[in-house]
Design a binder for this molecule. Structure first.
Ligand SMILES: *[C@@H]1O[C@H](CO)[C@@H](O)[C@H](O)[C@H]1NC(C)=O
Ligand SMILES: *[C@@H]1O[C@H](CO)[C@@H](O)[C@H](O)[C@H]1NC(C)=O
Ligand SMILES: *[C@@H]1O[C@H](CO)[C@@H](O)[C@H](O)[C@H]1NC(C)=O
Length: 823
């Protein structure tokens, strides 16, 4: 625009010049920033006029620019500043900066060009576009590398523009200031010394720009240099070797140690990871390494007995691939974790029981895998056993016998071997050695009883088992296998083996032949028991074989005799009361014991209900008074039975005659001594109360005697007491002698009395039977023993002797009891 104006102005001036009005231009200069009203110049001189002319010609100042900076005083010709002028605002960097004006005069018209040059003043400082400039420079950049810097701007021109740059003092950079072809200055940073991020990761520099004015003006900016990391440092371990001790059996996860490496680099270049480097399988099994923290922990079983120490190489690597190594030496400390072990080398079992003291039973060793005290062992066994431990070198022990052994007392031993180590806590292992004791034939068979007595019934079948002997042998197996045999001997002149035999295995004793009690009552046998040991041992026992009587004899009826062609008759008066004793059946049995206990019963009778038989004593009595309808002749069949198994029996037939009084011819046969009958008259005898009879008769006799004695005594008193003389003495003696035989003799006497008329024939039959009767006092059983002659006949007397003596004795006594029969 101004150019345009100027051009118009110039063309106008040229026009005026052609017209001859405008010819020359006037040049003035004024510095910028002058105060308003300041004088720029006086135009009078240059216009060659005086003040009068000037005002007369109506001078005018016409500005060619849009704004009017000047004014002309027509009264003085002074051109003064109308306003403050900033050259930089008006012209920028245009140089020179000229303001055009025209002075116009009238009458004649005259135009003068005025050029006012605005002069520069240093009123601006150099300026950077930013307060701070950032440089990121890798630390490995070589020296002399240049980094161009931004130029500072200064609105002033020329000398007042930027003339020089400076940099705050520092170690690494210098400033290189250079000029461009147009004269402007610029600066470059030059690296003088190698950067090291690890020393200075960043630093700040002050860049200053100077202009050339007076006084100098400066502008500053900050330069931030950030050093970029380069992986120029290796990781580094705190220690190259770590030594740690770890107890064995440490649980999994326990921290062993922590390795740590550092890296001076930054970021990924300083990120370290840890790893095992060329380690053995054992290490991998036992340890674990944390990749990031470097913690070494227990990962598996740590066994001192397997590995006593480990060398573990650990590698640390940073993100840039640089690595370093360290070594961890792990020493394992022994723990007492192994109990001693007993290893049996040899064992003698079974051990013969006759092994002498000092015999080696077992040989064994004791080992402990631990070391030191943990591996030191001691060994013991029970003290109450007949074995003792003997230590040998190298932890070997011998178990030897110290006492004689007896298999029969202890057939086996469980020997407890206790092995203990010296660790803490002490560990113990127990081994039980079972020692069997083998048998030696040192025990003879022993019979259960010191002597045996066996019974066998007579008349046995041959081959019958008599009994059993048994011998035990404390030994075992063959040594205890007992066989039995009979020792040779004689029984009634014949070898014992013809009587009995023995089963050699079972000890059963058998009768070979039928035995007869009458022939032999007992005999001894000697049995020997032998074991099968070698040498065999034996023992013997006496066996007494007793033959037992058998019920092989039927009762024999002594009275009344049964085989007579005309059996004797018993007389019963028709006037007899109930309970009248008719007769007594007498029987004997040749057997002994129970077999000879007899009982009686009435089997058959002509008049049932008239007679009864005493079951025990065989007495036949009337049960009711006899009446006239009862027949004269009564027949009774009486059975006699013994108590054997099975019982044997016999029967007796009795013939009874019922008579009216004793006018019968039977009575004539009996001669009754009168005096004897009188003596007995007062006694009302009952047949079966024999003892009573005896007692009563005895008491009667005694009382009579006493009575008589008193009478005599009284008489003698009157005739001067001349000594005692009993006239009844013989009677008394006779009765006293009878007392030894007791009532039984009287009982017998009474029986014989009942025999009545058949007296003579009865005695004939009695005779051959006597030898088998016992002469001992009769037992009060069913049988009334015939023992009347006991005090007269020796028990061992031969048959003939007894017969001869018996007959008169009986005859003598039989006459006494006849009197009651006649009653
Ligand atoms: C720039 O300044 C430096 C130091 O301040 C000085 O050494 C140098 O001579 C100056 N250069 C110019 C052209 O004035
Ligand atoms: C020995 O031990 C065995 C097996 O445990 C057992 O059967 C036997 O009865 C024991 N013997 C003794 C004498 O304790
Ligand atoms: C009766 O038996 C006895 C002995 O058994 C005998 O001695 C006697 O001759 C016999 N009497 C008669 C008459 O058969």
């Amino acid at each position: 625009m101004e150019l345009h104006h100027n051009r118009q102005g110039w063309s106008f001036i040229l026009y005026l010049c052609m017209w001859g009005a405008i010819c020359e231009s006037i040049h003035y200069s004024v510095p910028e920033e002058k105060k308003t009203g300041s004088l720029v110049a006086n135009v009078l001189k240059d216009l060659k006029m005086d003040v009068k002319e000037l005002s007369a010609r109506r001078v005018q100042l016409v500005s060619k620019s849009t704004k009017e900076y000047f004014q002309l005083d027509p009264h003085s010709g002074n051109m003064i500043l109308k306003d403050k002028i900033d050259r930089e605002a008006l012209c920028g960097q245009k140089d020179p900066c000229i303001l055009l004006s025209e002075i116009v005069l009238e009458n004649p018209l005259q135009v003068h060009r005025i050029e006012v040059e605005i002069e520069d003043v240093n009123d601006n400082s150099p300026q950077f576009s930013k307060k701070e400039f950032l440089f990121e420079i890798p630390e490995q950049v070589p020296t002399d590398t240049r980094f161009p810097l931004e130029r500072a701007q200064d609105s002033d021109k020329g000398e007042n523009g930027v003339q020089n740059y400076t940099l705050s003092p520092n170690d690494h950079f210098r400033l290189d200031v250079q000029s461009r072809s147009d004269g402007t200055k610029y600066a470059e940073l030059v690296l003088e010394k190698q950067l090291d991020r690890e020393e200075d990761a960043q630093f700040f520099l002050i860049l200053s720009a100077f202009d050339g004015g007076t006084p100098k003006r400066t502008g500053t900016a900050q330069i931030k240099v950030k050093v970029l990391d380069n992986n120029d440092n290796f990781p580094q371990f705190g220690d190259s070797v770590y030594k740690v001790k770890v107890k064995e059996n440490t649980p999994r996860g326990t921290l062993v140690t922590k390795v740590e490496a550092t890296d001076r680099d930054f970021g990924p270049n300083a990120d370290i990871t840890y790893s095992f480097s060329q380690v053995s399988e054992n290490v991998l099994r036992s340890f674990n390494l944390n990749k990031f923290t470097g913690e070494l922990t227990v990962a598996g079983m740590i066994d001192y007995e397997e590995d006593r120490n480990y060398e573990i190489n650990i590698k640390a690597m940073d993100g840039g691939g640089l690595s370093a190594y360290c070594k961890v030496v792990v020493e394992i400390e022994d723990q007492n974790d192994n109990a001693p072990e007993v290893a049996l080398t040899s064992l003698t079992s079974p051990l013969p029981e006759n092994s002498p003291p000092g015999t080696v039973v077992a040989l064994f060793s004791v080992t402990d895998q631990d070391s030191g005290d943990n591996g030191r062992t001691s060994c013991t066994t029970e003290t109450h056993l007949p074995f003792v431990l003997k230590a040998s070198e190298n932890n070997y022990y011998r178990l030897v016998t110290q006492q004689p052994l007896d298999r029969e007392k202890a057939p086996e031993y469980n020997i407890t071997i206790t092995a203990t180590d010296w660790g803490s806590p002490r560990l113990t292992s127990i081994t039980i050695i079972n020692v069997q004791i083998s048998d030696i034939n040192d025990n003879a068979p022993v019979f259960e009883k010191p002597a045996y007595e066996m019974q066998i019934r007579e008349n046995n079948i041959p081959g019958l088992l008599i009994g059993l002997v048994h011998a035990d042998d404390l030994d075992t197996e063959r040594n205890a296998k007992v066989t039995y045999s009979l020792l040779p001997g004689k029984v009634i002149g014949q070898p014992v083996s013809s009587y009995v035999s023995i089963n050699s295995e079972t000890g059963n004793l058998y009768a070979i032949r039928s035995l007869d009690y009458g022939q032999i009552k007992d005999f001894p046998v000697t049995v020997r028991a032998v074991d099968s040991g070698s040498p065999p041992l034996s023992s013997e026992v006496k066996v007494r074989v007793v033959i037992v009587d058998e019920n092989d004899n039927a009762p024999f009826i002594l009275y009344p005799l049964q085989n007579g062609t005309s059996p004797s008759n018993d007389l019963v008066p028709r006037g007899a009361e109930a309970g009248y004793l008719v007769t007594k059946v007498v029987a004997v049995d040749r057997d002994s014991g129970q077999n000879s206990w007899l009982s009686y019963e009435l089997l058959k009778a002509t008049e049932p209900g008239l007679f009864s038989v005493g079951a025990q004593n065989g007495e036949v009595k009337t049960m009711r008074p006899i009446n006239q309808r009862d027949t004269f002749r009564q027949k009774l069949i009486i059975g006699v039975r013994d108590n054997g198994h099975p019982p044997q029996s016999a029967s007796a037939t009795l013939s009874i005659l019922l008579v009216d009084g004793f006018s019968d011819p039977y009575m004539k046969m009996v001669d009754i001594p009168k005096d004897e009958v009188v003596a007995e008259e007062d006694h009302n005898l009952t047949t079966y109360l024999v003892i009573c009879l005896a007692a009563i008769s005895f008491i009667f006799l005694v009382s009579i005697t006493v009575f008589v004695a008193i009478k005599i005594h009284k008489r003698r008193k009157f005739t001067e007491n001349s000594g005692l003389n009993f006239p009844v003495g013989p009677n008394f003696q006779e009765n006293g002698g009878d007392a030894g035989a007791g009532s039984l003799s009287r009982a017998y006497n009474y029986e014989v009395c009942l025999a009545g008329g058949s007296l003579s024939s009865e005695f004939k039959f009695l005779r051959p039977l006597f030898p088998v009767f016992s002469v001992e006092p009769a037992q009060n059983q069913g049988v009334q023993r015939i023992s009347a002659a006991s005090h007269e006949v020796p028990s061992h007397a031969a048959e003939g002797q007894i017969i001869n003596q018996m007959a008169p004795t009986h005859q003598e006594h039989n006459v006494h009891p006849m009197k009651p029969c006649t009653n």
